[in-house]
Design a protein around this ligand. Structure first.
Ligand code: SF4
Ligand code: SF4
Length: 77
C-alpha cells in the first residue's frame, strides 16, 4: 500500500530509541501536515527508513493505524 496523507501514526505511536522518542509522543520532526521534515536527510533513523506502509500495520485509516501500532508497541516492550 502507499503511505496515506495526513496520517503520521508511525511517527507518533511507536517508541524510537535513536530519537529518544517515547511511545505515543509525536516525533519532533513531524510537521503539521504529518510529514517528516528530515525525510531525505542522513539523520533520519534507520527505523524510519526501514518502515514501509503495510495494511497490517497501517490499517484502513489513521485511527486504526494508531491503535494497531500502539498495540504492537505494548506487545514488544
Ligand atoms: S502509519 Fe502507515 S499510512 Fe500512516 S504515515 Fe505511517 S506508513 Fe504512512
Ligand atoms: S524522523 Fe521522520 S519518519 Fe521518523 S518518526 Fe520522525 S517524523 Fe517520522
Amino acid at each position: 500500500m502507499h503511505c496515506r496523507d495526513n496520517c503520521g501514526a508511525c511517527c507518533i505511536a511507536p517508541s524510537i530509541s535513536s530519537l529518544k522518542k517515547p511511545a505515543g509522543v509525536r516525533c519532533e520532526y513531524l510537521n503539521e501536515q504529518y510529514r517528516c521534515t528530515i525525510f531525505n536527510q542522513p539523520n533520519r533513523p534507520q527505523a524510519c527508513s526501514g518502515f514501509q506502509a503495510e495494511a497490517l500495520f497501517c490499517g484502513n485509516n489513521r485511527v486504526e493505524a494508531i491503535q494497531i501500532l500502539t498495540h504492537l508497541e505494548s506487545e514488544t516492550t
